[in-house]
Design a protein around this ligand. Structure first.
Ligand code: GDP
Ligand code: MG
Length: 604
């Protein structure tokens, strides 16, 4: 490599990336690259766009980056983008680049806003860029919103870890200046894998948004939380600038003016801003590649040796021998099946300690996500109260009934049972998505046989989809079964009489987690609700969670209780309020299970 210019090192590694990408996993080398990490809205995308000088990254609320984007910037005379997944197609319109990223994200992650660690590779050739390879990763979220999986934080963390655990990966930790740096997600993550701060580069965004009178001088001078490679401050476009279509050129000018005129930063204005950051990154990545190159070369050589040996074996076969071809095909397919099974069923060989595999993720969906979804079902207490009241009255019609009609109980309960449909369907959705992601993981080994790969992908994913819809039907059927008939004689149904009996005799042993201090089941619960409540009990997310409300429905009254068994309200058959008796509130004290709503229904 003697007379090769230093500036060629990055493209060289890019070519290696590509070459290794096409041989698949059999050649596992950890190439030097820069991973961009940071909390959501820290300004990661803005920084990358400023490097390119173009708007080309999808924007919006929530997690926009849902697959890693390997962005290779290459200095060239003409400006265009090119994706690895549609090689040869030149994108000169950067809006189309944005659309393609979105489409390609959805192709693998599906429509349910999931994330996938299968990267998208995009090359941008431009006269305005310095050679640089960066990986844009999803922002760290803390609280799942809307449709996001409950374990989204772990999923994203896993994915980021995959990249930054690699000792050859520089970490570009992006933190906004208008939040406390000590709590920066980016720096926390970086510290986990790079405790000495050797390969972390700090970027502080939103310097323009700091409260008047405060500044980030101490951080930027690398005195507050020192990193070996230091911090660089930038000012990106604000949302208003973007909406107002302020172009990046103008933004870069404004950034420069900001640093030159700011009293706290003007002494170091030359070491601040996007262009400087870009130069530093180019330099540091190049140096980093140069440093890792020797070790890299010997690694490559030893792999080459091993591969040559393997190739030698193949030489004995004539490649066009049909028997040989069939054998290869069968071997590949078989290996795929074995790989897939290992990822799902788990296996003891080559245990991955960095990220969760398919099976373990599915386990998490069933044991953490699903219960969480169940708990999340909100009961509007007031509404439910009113519904019960109205149901009873409507069933009696013009007559004022003497007894609580079972029909009212059924109508209300059925409505509640039906609500488990949502979480069930979501669970199915996520599991099948995970299966598909796992398939992609295995299938990548077939990249040298594109037809086989595509055909396998098509067959396997459509099989999964088919089974998914069968599964949906089955689950709907189960729910229908529960709805069709409420078996009050079932041993799981603790009716009022039954519960009272258990309460007074105290002879039936029930698992401790179900009971309160008396060691017997509370006089409560319906089969479905109780089932949910049973599984939920030992999950930590709901420990100390939402207040629990429940009620006792009797012929005379409808009484509402809270967690601590205080009687909230009692409604007589005509809607008038009465105070509960001491006796009654004491009786309910036994129930400390953590369902959302428990029902107790007295048979009259
Ligand atoms: P990402 O989620 O980390 O990719 O963050 P984005 O780059 O999408 O930025 C999130 C929001 O913060 C956008 O509305 C940006 O316009 C805004 N933003 C990012 N950096 C800055 C900055 O330096 N100054 C100001 N005023 N706004 C910024
Ligand atoms: Mg982003």
């Amino acid at each position: 490599m003697g007379n090769r210019g230093m500036e060629d090192l990055i493209p060289l590694v890019n070519r290696l990336h590509e070459a290794l990408g096409s041989v698949g996993h059999s050649c596992s080398l950890q190439l030097p690259q820069i991973a961009v990490v940071g909390g959501q809205s820290a300004g990661k995308s803005s920084v990358l766009e400023n490097f390119v000088g173009r708007d080309f990254l999808p924007r919006g609320s929530g997690i926009v980056t849902r697959r890693p984007l390997i962005l290779q910037l290459l200095h060239a005379n003409t400006e265009y983008g090119e994706f690895l997944h549609c090689k040869g197609k030149k994108f000169t319109d950067f809006d189309k680049v944005c659309k393609e990223i979105e489409a390609e994200t959805c192709r693998v992650t599906g429509s349910n806003k999931g994330i996938s660690s299968v990267p998208i590779s995009l090359r941008i050739y431009s006269p305005h860029v310095l050679n640089l390879t960066l990986v844009d990763l999803p922002g760290i979220t803390k609280v799942p919103v809307g449709d996001q999986p409950a374990d989204i934080e772990y999923q994203i963390r896993d994915m980021i870890m995959q990249y930054i655990c690699n000792e050859n990966c520089l970490i570009l930790a992006v933190s906004p200046a208008n939040a406390d740096l000590a709590t920066s997600d980016a720096l926390k993550l970086a510290k986990d894998v790079d405790p000495q701060g050797q390969r972390t580069i700090g970027v502080i965004t939103k310097l323009d948004l700091m409260d008047g009178g405060t500044d980030a001088r101490e951080i930027l001078e690398n005195r507050l939380l020192p990193l070996r490679r230091g911090y660089i401050g930038v000012v990106n476009r604000s949302q208003k600038d973007i909406d107002g279509k302020k172009d990046i050129k103008a933004a870069l000018d404004a950034e420069r003016k900001f640093f030159l005129s700011h009293p706290s930063y003007k002494h170091m204005a030359e070491r601040m801003g996007t262009p400087y950051l870009q130069r530093i990154l180019n330099q540091q990545l190049t140096n980093h590649i140069r440093d890792t190159l020797p070790a890299f070369r010997s690694h490559l050589q030893s792999q080459l040796l091993a591969l040559n040996k393997e190739a030698e074996e193949y030489r004995k076969y004539s490649p066009d021998d049909p028997a040989r071809r069939t054998k290869t095909l069968l071997q590949l397919v078989q290996r795929l099946a074995v790989d897939f099974e290992k990822l799902i069923e788990g296996s003891g060989d080559k245990v991955d300690t960095v990220h969760l595999s398919g099976g373990a993720k599915i386990n998490r969906i069933f044991h953490e996500r699903f219960p969480y979804e169940l708990v999340k079902i909100k009961f509007d207490e007031k509404k439910l109260r009113q519904e019960i009241n109205y149901a009873i009255r409507n069933i009696h019609g013009v007559r004022t009934g003497l007894f609580t009609p079972d029909l009212a109980f059924e109508a209300i309960v059925k409505k509640q049972i039906l609500r488990v449909t949502g979480p069930c369907m979501k669970c199915i959705d996520m599991v099948s998505q995970e299966l598909i992601t796992t398939v992609y993981q295995c299938i990548d080994k077939l990249t040298s046989f594109p037809t086989l790969r595509n055909e396998t992908e098509r067959i396997v994913t459509s099989e999964i989809r088919e089974q998914e819809s069968k599964c949906r039907e089955q689950v709907m059927l189960l729910i229908d079964i529960q709805l069709a008939y409420i078996n009050t004689r079932h041993e799981d149904f603790v009716g009022f009489t039954n519960g009272q009996q258990m309460y007074t005799q105290g002879n039936k042993k029930v698992p401790e987690r179900m009971t309160g201090n008396q060691g017997v089941a509370p006089p409560s619960s319906l089969i479905v609700i109780r089932k949910g409540w049973l599984t939920l009990n030992n999950i930590s997310i709901i420990k100390g969670g939402a207040k629990e409300y429940w009620f006792i429905l009797t012929a005379e009254t409808l009484s509402w209780f809270k967690d601590d068994a205080t009687l909230l309200q009692e409604v007589g058959p005509f809607g008038k309020k009465e105070r509960g008796t001491k006796e009654e509130s004491r009786r309910v004290q036994g129930s400390t299970g953590r369902g959302k709503t428990k029902m107790c229904h007295q048979h009259t």
